[in-house]
Design a protein around this ligand. Structure first.
Ligand code: ARG
Ligand code: ZN
Ligand code: CA
Length: 377
C-alpha cells in the first residue's frame, strides 16, 4: 500500500482513564564515576535500571531498519562565567551539524574507517534539531544564554547535593523537561571535557549533557576541535559505554557484541591496526578517547543499543513533536497525530495527557476508505 497517497483522517474514540580513570590529567571524564555514584545512592534508579537491562535484549549485529529518522529536539544552555565562554551562535550551529553528520554516517571522514571494520558502520537514523518551541509552547531558537558568577559551574555542587548548573536558584539554567528535550549545557568544566547521564542514572531535573565550552562545536583545540566531545557524550546519553567497558582488562566490555573486546582507551591518533584481547581494536569509534580527527564511526550494535534506549527509558524523546513542521502535525483534543501525510514512515499518535489511553481508533484515507482499526476492551 502506498501510504504517501493518504492524508489522514482519524476518528478516535478516547477513554480518558486515565571510570573514568584519571588516565590523563587533561581530559578526564566523569561518566563511569557519576553513573556508579548515582546508582549506588538511589535504590529506585538502580532497580529500574536493572529491570530495563533485563528486558532490553541488545544483542547486536542486526541493523534495524528505521523507516524515517528520529528527530531529537535540543536546547543548548550556554552558562558563562566570562565572555569567552559565551560562545557565538555559529559554534552552536556547527555542533548541531557535527552531531547530524556523525549520527547519520554522513561525516566527511567516514572513508577513513579501515576496510576490516567497514561492514560495522551504522547510520543511526537519529537526527538533532534546535528546539523551535519552549516547554510552554512559545517560540524559541533553542539557545539560552545565562551569565553566572560561579567559577567552573559545570562541576559545582550546591546545597542538597544539587548540581548548580541545572538550577536557576543556584546560578545555573533551569532544565527544560528532560523527557521532551535533550538539554545540552555548555559551560566551564575545568579539566573535564564532558559529561552525560545514561538512562536511569540521573533524576529528571539533572538528566542532560554537559560540554566544556572550550570543546563545543568547531573550535581551535588541537585534540577536540571538531565537536566530537559532544558526539561522544550524546552516545553516553543514549546508553553507550566506552568501547572497552569500564575496567582495564579483557573480561569487561561495552555490552555490545560487534565491537571487539579492548583492553582500555586509546589517545591521540593511533594508526590501524592495533591489537588487544586477541583482536584488532576499534579505537576509531566515537566511544573511544582518540582525538576528534581520528574517530569516525558508530557500529550497528551501538545503533541498536541507542534505539533501544529510545524505545525504552528515553521513549518520550522519540515521540517529541517539538521540531516538526506545524503543517504536518494534526492536533485536536490534546491528541497529536503526525506526520501528515504519513509517507513511508510510522504514524505517531500521541496524547498530551500521559493518563490517556487510546482505546480504539479507526484510520481512514482521504477517500474515506478504512485503512486500519484497533479496538481494545
Ligand atoms: N573524556 C570524555 C568522556 O569520556 C570525552 C572524550 C571524547 N573524546 C573525543 N575525542 N571527543 O566523557
Ligand atoms: Zn566517555
Ligand atoms: Ca564489545
Amino acid at each position: 500500500m502506498n501510504w504517501n497517497r493518504f492524508a489522514l483522517q482519524l476518528s478516535l474514540s478516547l477513554l480518558a482513564i486515565g571510570q573514568c580513570f584519571h588516565l590523563r590529567a587533561q581530559v578526564p571524564c566523569l561518566f563511569d564515576e557519576v553513573k556508579e555514584e548515582r546508582l549506588w545512592n538511589n535504590p529506585f534508579l538502580k532497580a529500574q535500571r536493572k529491570i530495563w537491562e533485563q528486558h532490553s535484549a541488545v544483542s547486536s549485529g542486526t541493523d534495524l531498519l528505521l523507516r524515517s529518522n528520529i528527530i531529537i529536539p535540543v536546547v543548548v544552555h550556554v552558562v558563562y562565567f566570562n565572555d569567552e565562554q559565551n560562545i557565538p551562535d555559529t559554534r552552536i550551529y556547527s555542533q548541531i551539524e557535527r552531531l547530524n553528520q556523525d549520527f547519520s554516517g554522513s561525516n566527511e571522514d567516514l572513508n577513513n574507517v579501515p576496510n576490516v571494520f567497514k561492514h560495522l558502520v551504522a547510520k543511526t537514523g537519529i537526527e538533532f534539531c534546535l528546539a523551535n518551541e519552549d516547554p510552554d509552547g512559545n517560540f524559541s531558537n533553542g539557545i539560552l544564554r545565562v551569565p553566572t558568577s560561579i567559577n567552573r559551574i559545570g562541576t559545582a555542587i550546591g546545597t542538597g547535593g544539587r548540581r548548580n548548573i541545572f538550577y536557576e536558584e543556584l546560578e545555573g539554567s533551569e532544565i527544560w523537561d528532560s523527557e521532551r528535550y535533550l538539554n545540552i549545557y555548555v559551560c566551564d568544566m575545568g579539566e573535564i571535557a564532558g559529561f552525560a547521564s545514561a538512562p536511569f542514572t540521573a533524576i529528571p531535573q539533572e538528566d542532560g549533557v554537559l560540554i566544556n565550552s572550550k570543546y563545543f562545536g568547531v573550535n581551535n583545540d588541537p585534540e577536540f576541535g571538531m565537536g566530537r566531545v559532544c558526539t561522544h557524550e550524546v552516545g553516553h546519553f543514549f546508553d553507550l559505554n566506552h568501547i572497552w567497558g569500564s575496567a582495564l582488562d579483557c573480561e569487561d566490555d561495552d555490552g555490545i557484541s560487534d565491537t571487539p573486546r579492548q583492553m582500555g582507551p586509546y589517545f591521540g591518533c593511533p594508526s590501524h591496526p592495533r591489537t588487544s584481547c586477541g583482536s584488532e581494536d576499534l579505537f576509531m569509534n566515537y566511544m573511544d578517547y582518540v582525538n576528534d580527527s581520528c574517530m569516525f564511526m558508530f557500529t550497528a550494535g551501538q545503533k541498536l543499543k541507542m534505539l533501544s534506549a529510545l524505545s525504552g527509558p528515553r521513549f518520550k524523546l522519540l515521540h517529541s513533536t517539538i521540531c516538526n513542521d506545524p503543517d504536518t502535525v494534526m492536533q485536536e483534543n490534546g491528541i497529536t497525530i503526525f506526520p501528515n501525510p504519513v509517507g513511508n514512515g510510522p504514524l505517531i499518535v500521541h496524547s498530551n495527557n500521559s493518563d490517556d489511553l487510546i482505546q480504539s481508533w479507526e484510520l481512514y484515507s482521504m477517500e474515506g476508505k478504512l485503512i486500519s482499526a484497533i479496538f481494545r476492551k
